[in-house]
Design a binder for this molecule. Structure first.
Ligand code: NAP
Length: 252
């Protein structure tokens, strides 16, 4: 087992994940830069610096996840922090189509089940598959923790409030995939209570990345901030929380 703590960030070749990787490396972690495309992962790892290694992992591909888990175990021997960051917002938004317009084509009454399945495959089942593959090595690493990168748009409580400005875009594809991720977060936190492994969900806020066609208002530094803060909480830190920045809890 290597002495330095090891963090794996899925979907770290760009956006918030890349920024999380940079910050964890600067906090002394060996960072595994997860990327479904190895070449892009290698380019990102070079950008992160000497403490980073590219790790090919497509969260929808069981063979890829299995090989990645074996590599983590065999080459690094520990996994202190797993950041489940990889996600997609859609597969069918047309070039130039606004988020509101896309939302209007994906309401429960008209959504394509294939579109919903494709997004949930990455954002929900992909997270669970990576969790299952990495669990043995997380359990073998004292003080390990998991951060699931969710979104405030998945909050059932917020979206049930008629005064919430963005509730018109709540729908079965991306928003509900994050609701399901929140449910998985609670289930994982409950399962891992006896092991002392902390599992928390965070919301980056509306961040300027590829996910939203760079329409977000926050920088990637702002978007990465809560995931990094929660990743660095010590063994006494809480579990089963959903937060956006310090002391800002989001209702489930
Ligand atoms: N941006 C926002 O406003 C915002 C708000 C709330 C929550 N979030 C969450 O923040 C996280 C990061 O998103 P982002 O904004 O940084 O978006 P992004 O720039 O599009 O990054 C998403 C990352 O996930 C990767 N990915 C997608 N499908 C994958 C798969 N099957 N296997 C492995 N990796 C996969 C992408 O890889 P490729 O480069 O190969 O596509 C990319 O590296 C996501 O969980 C997102 O839901 C974002």
């Amino acid at each position: 087992m290597q002495e330095k703590p090891v963090a794996l960030v899925t979907g770290a070749n760009q956006g918030i994940g890349l920024q999380i990787a940079k910050e964890l490396a600067s906090h002394g972690f060996t960072v595994l830069v997860g990327s479904r495309d190895l070449a892009r992962g290698e380019a990102a790892a070079t950008e992160v610096g000497p403490n980073a290694h590219a790790l090919q992992i497509d969260v929808t591909d069981h063979a890829s996840i299995k090989v990645a888990a074996k590599r983590v175990r065999d080459e690094f021997g520990r996994l202190d922090v797993l950041i489940q960051n990889a996600a997609i917002s859609n597969t069918g938004r047309l070039p130039g189509q606004s988020l509101e317009d896309y939302a209007s084509t994906t309401r429960p009454g008209c959504v394509s089940l294939d579109e919903m399945r494709a997004v949930w495959e990455t954002n929900v089942f992909g997270v669970l598959a990576v969790y299952q593959a990495m669990l043995p090595i997380l359990r073998a690493t004292p003080g390990s923790r998991i951060v699931n990168v969710s979104s405030g748009v998945g909050s059932l409580t917020t979206n049930s409030d008629p005064a919430f400005a963005y509730r018109s875009i709540f729908g079965p594809v991306y928003p509900a995939s994050k609701t399901a991720l929140n449910a998985l977060t609670v289930a994982m936190a409950i399962e891992l209570e006896p092991d002392g492994i902390k599992v928390n969900a965070v919301s980056p806020g509306f961040t300027k990345t590829n996910l939203n066609g760079y329409l977000g208002t926050d920088s990637v530094e702002q978007g990465a901030r809560e995931a990094v803060r929660v990743a660095l909480l010590g063994a006494q830190g809480p579990t089963g929380t959903f937060t956006h920045w310090e002391n800002e809890t989001i209702p489930w």
